[in-house]
Unconditional design. Structure first.
Length: 273
């Protein structure tokens, strides 16, 4: 947006071309693309659980449960990994050479979470609820099963999760280094603030800190789970994946809600004065 009002009279000696409309910069997104980007970032914030910030409801267990998709979403997130851990512990003898017959040895522990994923999708379809979350989980589980069967290493069942944590952590850290923290970008569009938060020192500081906190979460998972993967310690790796999942995600999400609400309420109070 130009700093000069459109109805400002032409100054003496001003070029005749100055009265003509200026062409939009070539690197500026068209309005439709800009709106699509804004909506996609706001949607990403909602999927990450930040939607409760805009709803004005008290922050508590009910809001947290809703952010995780309710009881069903919680079960869908935890049960496949838990079923793998239990089935693997019951069917695999530690002295067994899994690589000699990976299909025969690993099939029960790998098929079990896959069946659970199919049941989740079917239940959502039967109850006429959106199947997207369950389908996403099923695809991820299927890829994990294929990797483990192909390599003959049961620890490869967790390879997708390791790459996911590494990718998210790297992207968030890079965004902070270039001074466009991704949590800030997503929350800004979710709150209808666009990128104006970058002009507010308090918002910029809080959203940068939050981005670093989420970066720390993903890298902490990687720091603990990668050595277990390399050591092929499947049972402990499966246990740590469960313990470092929702038990870490939930409290950090609550802290994020509180910080975002606090800084935006403070800004609104200042604007109202």
């Amino acid at each position: 947006m130009s700093d000069t009002p459109k109805d400002q009279p032409e100054q003496p000696g001003q070029s005749e071309q100055s009265s003509e409309p200026h062409a939009a910069p070539k690197d500026e997104l068209p309005p439709a693309a800009s709106g699509l980007f804004a909506e996609s970032m706001a949607g990403a914030a909602r999927r990450a659980g930040f939607g409760a910030v805009t709803e004005g409801k008290p922050i508590g267990g009910q809001a947290l449960l809703a952010a995780m998709g309710g009881i069903r979403g919680l079960i869908e997130a935890v049960l496949p990994g838990l079923v793998f851990l239990i089935t693997y512990s019951l069917t695999i003898d530690p002295s067994t050479d899994v690589t000699s017959d990976p299909i025969g040895t690993l099939l029960p522990s790998l098929v079990a979470p896959l069946v659970i994923g199919v049941i989740f999708v079917a239940l959502r379809a039967i109850t006429r609820q959106t199947t997207t979350p369950a389908l996403g989980g099923l695809v991820g589980t299927a890829i994990s099963v294929a990797l483990a069967l192909f390599s003959g290493k049961p620890s490869d069942f967790f390879l997708v999760g390791l790459w996911t944590n590494a990718g998210y952590g790297a992207a968030l850290l890079l965004s902070v280094l270039v001074r466009w923290p991704l949590i800030g970008v997503a929350v800004g569009f979710l709150m209808g603030d666009g990128v104006a938060w970058r002009l507010d020192a308090s918002k910029r500081r809080v959203l940068t800190i939050l981005t670093l906190c989420w970066t720390g979460l993903f890298f902490a998972r990687l720091a603990v789970q990668l050595p277990l993967y390399l050591a092929n310690n499947v049972e402990l790796l499966a246990s740590m994946k469960l313990l470092m999942g929702i038990p870490l995600y939930a409290p950090l999400l609550i802290v994020s809600w509180l910080m975002v609400r606090s800084v935006y309420r403070k800004a609104d109070a200042v604007d109202a004065v």
